[in-house]
Write a protein that binds this ligand. Sequence first.
Ligand code: SF4
Length: 369
Amino acid sequence: MPFSDQIAPLRFEALAERIADATPAQVEIALSRERPGPGDLAALVSPAAVPSLQIIKERAGAITTQRFGRVVNLYAPLYLSNRCTNHCAYCGFTSGSDIERSDLSVEEAVENASILVEEGFRHVLLVTGEDPGRYGVDDIEKVVTAIGGMFHSISIEVFPMTADDYARLERAGVDGLTLYQETYDPGCYASMHPAGPKRDFAGRLEAVERGGGAGFRTLGIGALLGLAPWRCEAVAIAAHALHLSRRFWRSRIAVSFPRIVPAGRGFDPPCPVMDDEFVHMMAALRLVLPDAEFVVSTREPAALRDRLVGLAVTRMSAGSKTAPGAYVTRGAGEQFCVVDDRTPAEVADMLVRQGYDPVWKDFDRTLRG
Ligand code: SF4
């Protein structure tokens, strides 16, 4: 059964009540288990768990170290196009916004990619808006082919595709797919996506499964934190991740934790997530998803990113630019403002100071098959 069918009974109102009603005794039971299950997560993220947060954080840190070692993978996004036909209320690329629109030619993409290689990156995340009629799978495939020899891992965060198109990109050299659901609350989803193909809540969930069927090595999911209550999103993310890991057991599941950062047009998140809540969410999820990659971007401030090392994070972006071409030129039309603006070398130094190895390459392109 696809996850879009499974999530229907996960009504956010009922879930919020269950979380609010969780008791310290339920938290204690969850923490008494060697491996808490998804049924424990409502208690672990609840307000009743706040007095136990230190214990949750310590267990999360121990699990992360045991499963991943003292390493953090580094990657960089490479924005190829900022055109978009969707109307997401929170995004700088939203259709109708007056930002300067552009696409990178293959030559420009290679030029920008060369900067990332010089900085040390061997894992790149190709990002576009969602306007496949103007920047589509053919364009992405050409870039993947052109930069294939420069990186050991190429992921995409683009528009939902057919199974055939995902398979085509996988053959071209893409090994990771990221597609955020943005929010798992269908009501909130509808209000945040008033027009455009992204209105299709179930269709977006199903696209990740098509990516799993295409054989991507990594399947990345996440909610945009700030849209709906984070405690409910955490429970839904865990259910989604566990579903994908069961169905696509050869793929590694990656969970990203993007928090809303205002783009130029401004957007007030209806359910803002405070730093301590962000940490709570990540730590509680680690107890239930011990093997998932946890990804934190440069949307977060440096001091918080530093705190997350050793807690649950296993992958970080660094030195990010969020407009097409911005590694080489001024790059107009950014998706969101980068908050941690340290250079990749500075982020790597921070990791070393904390006793962690910055990993620029955790896969070899010869293994792409
Ligand atoms: S979030 Fe994605 S789909 Fe929505 S406006 Fe931004 S780029 Fe387009």
